[in-house]
Design a protein around this ligand. Structure first.
Ligand code: TYD
Length: 140
């Protein structure tokens, strides 16, 4: 997980059914996302100007979806940074292990849903950027 790159993070298009009564998108375990979903959490009521994330994971895989509104996800492998705007409820950003991420520029009322491959485990987090660079062997 030390050698993963931002280019290995991809946008996944979820199943979407459109009708005159509105739309529905569906996520099925292991079918629409390339991992077993063990946890779902969502961020909401994010005050203007706030950012979230600011960490990496050693093993966790996540699919990040803007189910309402929009925000930017900055992904960083220690060498390359990329900013991806999420603003469609049927598009998810797959973030693989070993990628530093920051979520910024939340629109008012935005809801960020995260599908995660593992249950919550604080030991899986890398919360210091210099630790992250060392983990990726890009530090001193
Ligand atoms: P954190 O993952 O740091 O949030 P973000 O990356 O969105 O800024 O989590 C914030 C707090 O919530 C932290 O104290 C841990 C707790 N938390 C859980 O207890 N379980 C979870 O599944 C998650 C994602 C967070």
């Amino acid at each position: 997980m030390k050698v993963t790159k931002v280019y290995d993070c991809s946008i996944i298009e979820l199943d979407k059914h459109h009708s005159s009564q509105g739309n529905i998108s569906i996520v099925e375990n292991c079918k629409d996302v390339p991992f077993d979903i063990n946890r779902i959490y969502y961020l909401y009521d994010i005050p203007g100007g706030e950012s979230r994330g600011g960490h990496a994971h050693k093993e966790l895989k996540q699919l990040i979806v803007a189910v309402s509104g929009s925000f930017d996800v900055i992904i960083d492998d220690g060498r390359v940074k990329k900013t991806i705007t999420l603003n469609r409820p049927y598009l998810g950003l797959l973030v693989i292990p070993g990628i530093w991420r920051e979520l910024v520029n939340f629109s008012s009322g935005a809801i960020c849903m995260v599908l995660a491959s593992e249950k919550y485990d604080e030991n899986d987090y890398i919360r210091e950027y210099d630790h992250f660079l060392k983990y990726k062997n890009h530090g001193k």
